[in-house]
Design a protein around this ligand. Structure first.
Ligand code: HEC
Ligand code: HEC
Ligand code: HEC
Ligand code: HEC
Length: 394
C-alpha cells in the first residue's frame, strides 16, 4: 500500500501545483451565469438514471466526433474501452456469453456495456466500436439530438469566439436537455461510469459475470487512461487546463474533491437502483442483493468519514463546515442505516431510496464546488489508488 501511495502522490502532484488562488481569481460573472443555467437544469437530467444504454437509435459512433476532437479520439483508441469489442465474447462454450445465452436466449445485454449498441445487417452482427464517446457523453444523434446543437454558436456561421453569453448558456442547456453529459456534471459522470461498472443483473451474475470490480476507483481512472482534456492544448493532457478551468476556474484539484463525495453518492444510487430492479421480492435475500448492499454499505461508510472530517473543529485550512453544508452526506448515511436490513425492505423502497440519493447529490453539487472541501484531499488523497493506465501524452 505504501508504494502505491507514493506513486499516487507523485502523479497527483501535477494537479496540486496549480495554484487554486490564481484560478479562483479568474472566476467571473460569465462563469457564474453558466453555472446558474446548468444547475437549474439538473432535475431534468436526473429523471432517467442510471443510464439506459440499451436504446440504439441515437448513437452516432466516435467518427462523428473525430473532425473536431482528434486528440480525444486518439486517446480513446488507447483505452480498454476501445478494445473491448463485444464480438470476442461470442462462441466459447464455457464463456459468460454462452451461459447467458442459455438463460435468456440472446446476448443483447452484453452490447449495452461492452460496445456501442450493435446493428444486425445482412444477418451478421456489426459492432460499431467499444464503449465509446457517447457511452459517456450521451447519445448524440437524431434531429433533436445534442450533436446538432453542440457546435452552433449563433445565427448563420457565427464563430465560436463571437458567441454571446446568452447563446452559450442556451446552447449548453439545450445540449443537456438533449442528454449530453458534460464535464461539469460530476455526479452524472460518476453515475454513468457506475451504471456499467456495477453490474446488478441477476442473469448475468448467474452466468458468471462479476457484479463489481474491486479495482475500480473513479478518480485514479479519470487521472489515468481515461483522461482526455486536450481542448485547451492539443499537446498536453493530464497537465493541461481543462475547458472548465479556463471558463469557470474549476481546477482539477477542486474537481477531485467533488469527485470524492459524488463518487460515493453515485455508487449508492446505482446499487440501490439495482436492488429496486431485482426480478422479484424473493431476490432480496439473494447474492446480487447482498453484493449491492455491500456497495451501499461501503459508500455510506466513506461518506460518514467525509462528514466527520468536514465537521471537525480544526483542519489545516482552518475551514469548518456547518451541518447544513454536510447535510446531504449525513442524510445519505441515514438512508443506508434504514436499509441495513434488507428483509424489512421492498424493491420499491430501494427505488425511492435511490431517488433520494439523487436529490442529495444535486443538493450537494449546488452547495459546493470543492473550494471548502480542502480537508478531503489532505485526509484522503493518500488513500487513493494509482492512476489506472497512462494518460495519453501526444
Ligand atoms: C463541429 C465540431 C465538433 C464536433 C463534430 C463535436 N464537437 Fe465536441 N466540442 C467542439 C468544440 C469547439 C468544443 C469546445 C467549445 C464548447 O463547445 O464550449 C467542444 C466541447 C466538447 C465537450 C466539452 C463540453 C463541455 O461543456 O463540457 C464534450 C464533452 C464534447 N465536445 C464531446 C463531443 C462528442 C462526444 C462529439 C461526437 C459525438 C463531439 N463533441 C463532436 C466541437 C465539436
Ligand atoms: C452493466 C454493464 C455490463 C454488462 C451488461 C455486461 N458486462 Fe461484461 N463487464 C462489464 C465491466 C464494467 C467489465 C470490466 C471492468 C473492469 O475490468 O474493471 C466487464 C468484464 C467482462 C469480462 C471480463 C473481461 C476480461 O477481459 O477479462 C467478460 C468476459 C465479460 N464482461 C463478458 C460479458 C458478457 C458475455 C456479457 C453479456 C452476457 C456482459 N459481459 C455484460 C460490464 C458489463
Ligand atoms: C457503457 C458502459 C461503460 C461506461 C459508461 C463506462 N465504462 Fe469503463 N468499462 C466498460 C467495460 C465493458 C469495460 C471492460 C473492458 C474489457 O476489458 O473488455 C470497461 C473498462 C474500463 C477500464 C479498464 C479497466 C481495466 O481493468 O483495465 C477503465 C479504466 C474504465 N473502464 C474506466 C471508466 C470510467 C472512469 C468511466 C466513467 C467516466 C467508465 N469507465 C464508464 C464499460 C463502461
Ligand atoms: C469512459 C468515459 C468517456 C469516454 C469513452 C469519453 N469521454 Fe470525454 N470525458 C469524460 C469525462 C469523465 C470528462 C470530464 C473530465 C474529467 O472529469 O476528468 C470528459 C471530457 C471530455 C471533453 C472536455 C475536455 C476538456 O478539455 O475539458 C471532451 C471534448 C470530450 N470528453 C470528448 C470526448 C470524445 C470526442 C470521446 C470519444 C473519442 C470521449 N470524450 C470519450 C468521459 C469519457
Amino acid at each position: 500500500m505504501t508504494s502505491l501511495r507514493r506513486r499516487t502522490q507523485l502523479a497527483l502532484a501535477a494537479f496540486i501545483l496549480i495554484p487554486v488562488a490564481v484560478v479562483l481569481s479568474n472566476l467571473g460573472t460569465e462563469a457564474d451565469e453558466i453555472r446558474v443555467a446548468a444547475v437549474s437544469n439538473a432535475t431534468s437530467l436526473l429523471s432517467e438514471a442510471p443510464f439506459d444504454h440499451s436504446d440504439r437509435s441515437n448513437f452516432m459512433g466516435a467518427r462523428a466526433c473525430i473532425d473536431c476532437h482528434r486528440s480525444e479520439y486518439v486517446s480513446w483508441l488507447n483505452t480498454a474501452h476501445y478494445n473491448n469489442r463485444a464480438n470476442r465474447f461470442e462462441g466459447k462454450e464455457t464463456s459468460i456469453d454462452t451461459k447467458y445465452r442459455a438463460i435468456t436466449g440472446n446476448t443483447d445485454l452484453c452490447y449495452t456495456c461492452h460496445s456501442l449498441p450493435h446493428e444486425e445487417r445482412f444477418g451478421r452482427r456489426f459492432v460499431e466500436s467499444g464503449t465509446s464517446c457517447e457511452s459517456c457523453h450521451g447519445a448524440a444523434g437524431s434531429e433533436t439530438g445534442w450533436l446538432n446543437l453542440h457546435a452552433v454558436y449563433g445565427p448563420n456561421v457565427t464563430r465560436m469566439e463571437h458567441e454571446t453569453l446568452e447563446h452559450r448558456s442556451m446552447r449548453i442547456s439545450r445540449c443537456e436537455e438533449a442528454g449530453m453529459v458534460r464535464s461539469e456534471r460530476q455526479y452524472l459522470i460518476a453515475k454513468n461510469c457506475f451504471s456499467c461498472h456495477i453490474v446488478g443483473d441477476t442473469n448475468l451474475i448467474q452466468a458468471g459475470h462479476k457484479s463489481s470490480f474491486d479495482s475500480f476507483s473513479l478518480i485514479p481512472y479519470l487521472l489515468g487512461e481515461v483522461r482526455h482534456n486536450f481542448h485547451q492544448d492539443q499537446r498536453q493532457n493530464a497537465k493541461a487546463p481543462t475547458l472548465l478551468t479556463a471558463r469557470q476556474g474549476v481546477s482539477p484539484v477542486l474537481r477531485v474533491r467533488m469527485y470524492f463525495v459524488v463518487e460515493q453518492l453515485a455508487r449508492m444510487h446505482v446499487a440501490l437502483t439495482n436492488i429496486g430492479r431485482l426480478p422479484s421480492e424473493d431476490d432480496l435475500d439473494g447474492a446480487v442483493a447482498d453484493s449491492m448492499l455491500d456497495i451501499v454499505d461501503d459508500a455510506a461508510g466513506q461518506l460518514e468519514e467525509f462528514a466527520e472530517v468536514l465537521l471537525e473543529e480544526e483542519n489545516t485550512e482552518g475551514e469548518v463546515l456547518t451541518e447544513d453544508q454536510v447535510a446531504a452526506l449525513i442524510a445519505a448515511v441515514d438512508i443506508f442505516t434504514e436499509f441495513d436490513d434488507l428483509d424489512e425492505q421492498t424493491r420499491a423502497a430501494a427505488t425511492i431510496a435511490a431517488q433520494q440519493v439523487d436529490l442529495l447529490a444535486t443538493e450537494f453539487e449546488q452547495l459546493h464546488d470543492g473550494e471548502k472541501l480542502s480537508v478531503l484531499d489532505v485526509e484522503f488523497l493518500e488513500d487513493l489508488g494509482d492512476p489506472v493506465g497512462e494518460a495519453l501524452k501526444p
